[in-house]
Every structure is written in structure tokens, then in C-alpha cells.
Design a protein around this ligand. Structure first.
Ligand SMILES: Cc1ncc(COP(=O)(O)O)c(C=O)c1O
Length: 409
């Protein structure tokens, strides 16, 4: 049972009394790619210049940043001028949504989004509601129907009006892995001349994202979901057909054309570009590897445990991220299974709400009861997992589940 080769493995092993653990929680975060770590190191040491200084050391850092931004942009088929670097998707979502709808030239006051969005979108919308905006949240296709967990397109079409300023629909969901039909969502927004924001945090690096093929006005991402460092992300502004005006949310030195003040982070940005390049190269060279491991985990668990069901859609690659497995257990709470199985790391809800005892809003938005949601677990298989890890994890998890059942009965 191995995790990955650098420091994190040691850290997690020592927490677990030197036992090696298998990390299957890649929707919460991913281990930083060793190639990205290596490329980042000089920017903490000898290349320490402030990228906004006009002297040589500053220019070296600035050039590295611009090269990295161009790499990121080209990997999603846009241009570097449209990319703003942020501290992650939470900040990107805030800048995109609040920034666009509070711009003085924006006169529309209606916002549309989806019940299954991440709190980094939903909480911004709630806050805007308090400021006088009207917010409509549309449902997802319920459990048991084809494409369960994706946005209900009919409801979305009837929610958008000519008063809608912005629609926010995530590209892929962090719990169910549901992939939204972004081309159709984009067409609906064009019809009404409203802006489209997409939180693409779980999609970037995992599935192809081509901003020439699908027009998105504002797109958020965070590096640590594609094997980059934490605390670094980006927002693409204006990759759709409409002009986007943003009111900055962070004021100060006027960096990044005044849209996001603050000294840029060369190490983080170089690491983010390297990690995205590595992820996309990997995806192109072996697009089915992660999906095959996920399918294998599903088949091993469901043959070892009676009555497991899938939450969300089927496992087809058009509607579900290849590494995602969200399961409902027949008898045991997800948290109990997790606690009894410390050698495999997975999640009983989204990591961001994992500290709360409440049932996942994503699962209840699918139509699950609170009890069903609490009997659910999420696995996220990633690039650095191996088939032998999947087999060891499945054997261990089945064994622990059966032990728990015996204790309960
Ligand atoms: C879909 C989605 N959006 C936003 C975020 C927030 O990302 P960050 O914490 O890097 O800002 C996450 C992280 O879990 C996520 O999964």
C-alpha cells in the first residue's frame, strides 16, 4: 500500500503510526506533482525577486509568470491576456460573480445557479441576495434518472430571463462527479445575453476543457485539484462572446490590470502551469487509466458488499468524471466506515463541508434523504493511484465493512 513518494507520504504515515495509507480522496485535493515541486523550488530560493519590480531580478520572475500563464491559457485554448491569477477557486468565484454583477455598468439584478454548486458559489449568491439581487437556484436531474446530478436544462431554460445578469453552472461536481452540458448551458446564456460563469475546479486537468469550443465568460480553477500547489488558482475572463466588466474585489497595488491587486506568486504560478501541463499530457496519453481503476474499485466493492448503489448518474464518461465514485451504503453510515478504515483515505461528503455533521447538500439535491446522504461515501481516484492500490483498498474496505456489520447486528 503506497501513497506517493515525497514528504506527504511520510506525514500521513506518521499520523497513522507508520502505516502506509492509500489516498483515494482526489476531489478534496491532489498530491503535488514532483515535477511541479522541482520547477517551483528555485522561486523560493535564488530567484526571489518581486515580479512587479522593474530591475533584473523582478523581470526574471515576471517573465516566468507570463510564460506560465501562457502555458495555462494554451492548455485550455485561450490566451494569457484573459487569465487572472488568484489564490484559488474560492477567490476566483468571488471575483467572477460579485465582480461582474456589482460593476456599475451592470444593470440586471437577477442571478441563476444550481442547487448542487459548491459553497464557494452558493455563499456568494446568498450574500448578493442580502444586497438586493434576486437569485434563482435550479435543481439537478434527480437520482434514478439518466444524467442524474447534472443541471436540469429545462428548469435552467425557464429560469433565465432578459433580466438575468449572470448564470453560474459548475463544469463538474466535486461530490458526484456529474459533468454538466456546458455547451448547451452556454447557448442558453447567449440567447438571453447574460454572462456565464463556470466553476471548473473539478474539470480542469481531468477532462478536456476547450474555451474556443465552449464559450464561457468567466471560468474558475484551483491548482491543487490538478496536482499543483495549494493557494494558487486562476480566473479566465472574457473567453465568451460578450464583453466582461469586473469590479475588483481586492484593492491595492493595481497588479493584474487592477483586477486583482497583490504581489503575484512566481513559485505557485510556475507550479500551477507545470502541474496542468503534466495532467493534460497524462490525460492525452492515457485517457482511460483513471476511469479503469474507478470501474475496478466499483466492481470489487459491489461484488464484496451486497446492496451498494451509485449516487448520481451511471459511469458513462460523458456525464461523470472518470475518477469519481459516490456510493450509498445499505446499512452503515459513511463516517463509521471511514473511521474504521484509517488506511484508506476517502470522504463521507465534500471535504469542504466535512467538518459539519449535516448531510451533503449535493446528495440531498439529488433527492436523497438525510439518512441516505449520511450513508454515502465519495472516492476520488487520481493519476498517482495504481491498480494494485485499488485492489488492496477494496479488500481492506470490504473486510472492515463486514466487521462493522457484525458489530451492529
Ligand atoms: C467545485 C469546487 N469549487 C471550489 C472549490 C474551492 O477551491 P479552493 O479551496 O482551492 O479555493 C472546491 C474545493 O473543494 C471545489 O471542489
Amino acid at each position: 500500500m503506497f501513497l506517493f513518494s515525497l514528504q506527504p507520504k511520510k506525514a500521513i504515515e506518521s499520523q497513522q503510526n507508520e502505516r502506509a495509507v492509500i489516498y483515494l480522496d482526489n476531489h478534496a485535493t491532489t498530491p503535488c506533482d514532483p515535477v511541479a515541486i522541482e520547477k517551483m523550488l528555485p522561486w523560493f530560493g535564488e530567484c526571489f525577486g518581486n515580479p512587479h519590480s522593474s530591475h533584473h531580478a523582478g523581470q526574471v520572475a515576471s517573465d516566468a509568470i507570463h510564460r506560465s500563464i501562457d502555458i495555462i491559457a494554451s492548455l485550455i485554448n485561450t490566451v494569457g491576456e484573459k487569465v487572472i491569477v488568484t489564490s484559488g477557486a474560492t477567490e476566483s468565484n468571488q471575483l467572477a460573480i460579485r465582480g461582474a454583477v456589482t460593476h456599475p455598468r451592470q444593470k440586471r439584478k437577477h442571478l441563476v445557479s444550481v442547487t448542487s454548486e459548491h459553497p464557494a458559489v452558493l455563499d456568494v449568491l446568498k450574500d448578493l441576495e442580502n444586497d438586493g439581487f434576486k437569485v434563482t437556484l435550479v435543481p439537478v436531474v434527480p437520482q434514478g434518472r439518466a444524467n442524474a446530478g447534472t443541471v436540469d436544462l429545462d428548469c435552467l431554460a425557464s429560469a433565465i430571463t432578459d433580466e438575468t445578469a449572470l448564470v453560474s453552472v459548475m463544469w463538474a461536481n466535486n461530490e458526484t462527479g456529474a459533468i454538466n452540458p456546458m455547451a448547451q448551458v452556454s447557448a442558453l446564456c447567449s440567447r438571453h445575453g447574460c454572462l456565464l460563469h463556470s466553476d471548473a475546479t473539478q474539470a480542469i486537468g481531468r477532462i478536456p476543457v476547450d474555451l474556443e469550443a465552449v464559450k464561457i465568460d468567466l471560468l474558475s480553477a484551483t491548482a491543487h485539484k490538478f496536482y499543483g500547489p495549494k493557494g494558487t488558482g486562476f480566473l479566465v475572463v472574457g473567453a465568451g462572446d460578450r464583453r466582461v466588466r469586473l469590479r475588483p474585489q481586492m484593492l491595492g497595488g493595481g497588479q493584474q490590470a487592477g483586477l486583482r491587486s497583490g504581489t503575484m506568486n512566481p513559485a505557485g504560478i510556475v507550479g500551477m502551469a507545470t502541474a496542468l501541463e503534466q495532467s493534460i499530457n497524462d490525460l492525452r496519453s492515457d485517457p482511460k487509466r483513471v476511469t479503469k481503476m474507478r470501474d475496478s474499485l466499483w466492481s470489487l466493492l459491489s461484488s464484496g458488499l451486497q446492496g451498494l448503489t451509485l449516487n448520481g448518474s451511471n459511469l458513462a464518461e460523458e456525464v461523470r468524471l472518470g475518477g469519481n465514485l459516490n456510493l450509498q451504503l445499505p446499512e452503515i453510515e459513511g463516517q463509521a466506515w471511514m473511521s474504521s478504515s484509517p488506511d484508506v483515505l476517502f470522504s463521507s461528503g465534500s471535504a469542504c463541508s466535512g467538518h459539519e455533521a449535516t448531510a451533503s447538500h449535493v446528495l440531498t439535491s439529488l433527492g436523497l434523504s438525510d439518512a441516505e446522504a449520511r450513508r454515502s461515501v465519495r472516492f476520488g481516484i487520481g493519476r498517482f493511484n495504481t491498480q494494485s492500490e485499488i485492489e488492496s483498498a477494496a479488500e481492506y474496505l470490504v473486510e472492515n465493512y463486514l466487521k462493522l456489520l457484525r458489530i451492529q447486528s
